[in-house]
Write a protein that binds this ligand. Sequence first.
Ligand code: COA
Length: 390
Amino acid sequence: MNVGIDLISFYTPQYFLGLNVLAQERGVDPDKFTIGIGQEKMAIPPPDEDIVTMAASAAHPILEKVGRENIELLLFATESGIDQSKAAAMFLHGLLKLPARCRAVELKQACYGATAGLHLAAAAVAARPGIKALIVGSDIARYDLRSPGEPTQGAGAVAMLVTVNPRVLALDPETGLYAEDVMDFWRPNYRDEALVDGKYSMRIYLAALEECWKQYAALTGRKFHDIARYCYHLPFTRMAEKAHIRLAKFAALKELTGEELETEIGDSLRYNRITGNTYSASLYEGLTSLLDHAAEDLSGQRIGLFSYGSGCMGEYFSGVAQPDYRQHLFTTAHRAMLDGRTALTYRQYEDIFQLGFPTDGGDHAFAQYRTGPYRLAGVSQHKRLYERIA
Ligand code: COA
């Protein structure tokens, strides 16, 4: 029995800042951002958007297509939590009008959370093949202004429906795992911006990749060339290039040509390059980007996925693209959403960044910006108020 991703949908806010604008403001050569880090634009959520509205907007097309029946598991992965007690999954459950018979919970392990969710969901669905699971990764990557992490900010969400006999990607059962207690990236409860030892996090990411691959290869007997396309966790696209070059050397003693690098990972980077880091969603944004862009039909081909969450947790796993998977993608909607975005000026970006969230317990209605079908209408007596607008 196959288990895996039946449908996958991606959402990013309707506003972005061009990294050429940021480079000019910071007095940095724009090539550092576009070539050195590999990013062009970073998505900026307006004040009436948060992880819940992004998650709901990502999940909306899936529910429009298949309905809500038998969704018995809702897992919400995020490291941009809005409440220390109530799971973002509960807000999402309400907004999406999911069945009352549903296990809904929030998961956290930095950018790795959605991968934990995907494997937990696959196990639940394999045990009870009649049920479906909805997994969402939704995050806002936010660093201090003028810090090295600033150009790697971004925002977005990916929703995945996990079922038996999936139409998009059947998961292989074997995975390589690596857990270690390290301080490469963290965000204490009293801070809105993450703290990061960037160079250290890149080193740990690569070390975890080698360890996870080693286990994966031993368990499956597969070699580097048994995998047709590779997806990586994407804090910025240059990281995936470094990772893939490293893996080719480690796993196959191979120096990749530029053309091989482009064929094996190029399509998976296209969305991230123009949204920035989406943390828990980023690996799956990469998978969506690959499936939406691949010129070749990948049906029957194996896709390798490396998930990394600082702190740190790594996992190497794979899946096989299913026959006719292209008929079940949301490619046209993704392209329209990305093409319709509005560019912000530097001033607008900094104004949104500095806005802050009301904490006085009063009643605050939020101005309406461009969002997906759901928005954060305001906050009243410390309670977030969401609404559906389309
Ligand atoms: N033209 C082209 N490339 C340039 C350049 C220019 N004018 N100026 C610098 N670069 C290159 C550098 O050589 C470097 O490339 P390399 O890594 O291949 O050597 C790259 O751009 C980044 O420059 P660097 O000076 O190392 O950047 P930084 O100190 O500003 O930090 C990060 C970069 C990624 C570490 C930082 O943005 C960060 O901390 N990001 C968040 C953390 C993160 O994403 N961690 C990843 C693991 S999850």
